[in-house]
Design a protein around this ligand. Structure first.
Ligand SMILES: [Zn+2]
Ligand SMILES: [Zn+2]
Length: 325
């Protein structure tokens, strides 16, 4: 299922040849692929349009059918995340911050992704999938989980955390934060009872609308919703020294706000992509702590339905494509 017409908002079923295997790559039979908001930004034309046609999807779970001489073996179950290749030589790559590399290439954007039956990916970016998760459950770990973890780590020492936009990433990171002993408040778009119910079922301490004040000030807020107006809203609920983390790759403009809302060492920052270490760390965490995933499965051929449901906010939890019959 590929983007053929830029900004069309729709994918088309395109017959493709078997993807060629470059040195250092694995070929995978794709079993499942998560549907991420970034995929929507790609098909809706919010992100720079790549070379077309392009197959989206950067939460790929599959089995190795050609190991390409790597340490993986045929039959291994692996995952492919968003960050694909980086230059390996710049100061960011050499300093463990390859998420900031200017030459980074991304799965399902500059490279074909997992809305397909087969995919290729650099072996060095692939991660083993922990046993105990089905293919459909494991797929959202690869972006919602990994990038969610990176965002959450931008709040060291926080004891009260607010999550704005309770979708795929927040429903995973709420579980991480709760397991680590934090107080967690979930904010959803006004009237999204299904998402608030999901949040409460996972044990958050409070769930409400984005326009509401939380029961106590936040040490940190993570914005998973791509709505810039949430930045000043969240800032007003921050305790002194608190941080607002913007976790999306795309966000609407941030309205201006009085300086006093930022005063007292409050800060606003973004988090970009993920590092290979984030991937390894989150998969290890997920292996040791069973995560509950609210997964809605769609057949690959119904990828447009999954994107439409995500666009309109009809999914409480996460959408995943089943790519193998
Ligand atoms: Zn993603
Ligand atoms: Zn680099």
């Amino acid at each position: 299922m590929a983007l053929v017409r830029p900004g069309s908002g729709r994918l088309e079923a395109v017959p493709c040849p078997m993807p060629a295997l470059a040195p250092g790559q694995l070929r995978l039979r794709v079993h499942a692929c998560g549907v991420c908001r970034t995929d929507l930004h790609l098909v809706d034309g919010d992100l720079p349009t790549p070379e077309l046609p392009r197959i989206p999807g950067h939460e790929i779970v599959g089995t190795v059918v050609d190991a390409g001489g790597s340490a993986f073996a045929i039959g291994d179950r692996v995952g492919v995340p968003w960050l694909s290749s980086t230059c390996g030589a710049c100061r960011y790559c050499l300093g463990g911050r390859e998420n900031l590399c200017a030459d980074a290439r991304f799965t399902g954007w500059q490279l074909d992704g997992g809305y397909a039956e087969y995919a290729v990916a650099p072996a060095e970016t692939c991660v083993a999938i922990p046993p105990g998760y089905s293919d459909e459950q494991a797929a959202p770990l690869l972006c919602a989980g990994l990038i969610g973890l990176r965002a959450w780590r931008m709040l060291p020492g926080a004891s009260v955390v607010g999550l704005y936009g309770f979708g795929a990433a927040a429903h995973l990171i709420a579980q991480v934060a709760l397991a680590e002993g934090q107080t967690v408040f979930a904010f959803t778009r006004p009237g999204d009872d299904a998402a608030q119910e999901l949040a409460r079922s996972l044990g958050v301490h409070w769930a409400g609308d984005t326009g509401q004040a939380p029961p106590q000030p936040l040490d940190g807020a993570i914005l998973f919703a791509p709505a810039g107006e949430l930045v000043p809203l969240a800032l007003q609920h921050l305790a002194p020294g608190g941080t607002v983390v913007c976790a999306g790759i795309h966000m609407s403009d941030i309205p201006s706000f009085p300086y006093r809302w930022l005063w007292m060492e409050r800060s606003v920052r973004s988090v970009a992509n993920l590092t290979r270490r984030d991937a390894a760390d989150f998969m290890a965490w997920a292996a040791a702590h069973p995560l509950h995933l609210a997964v809605h499965v769609y057949p690959l051929a119904q990828a447009n339905d999954a994107l439409a449901d995500l666009r309109s906010g009809r999914i409480a939890g996460v959408a995943v494509l089943r790519c193998k019959g």
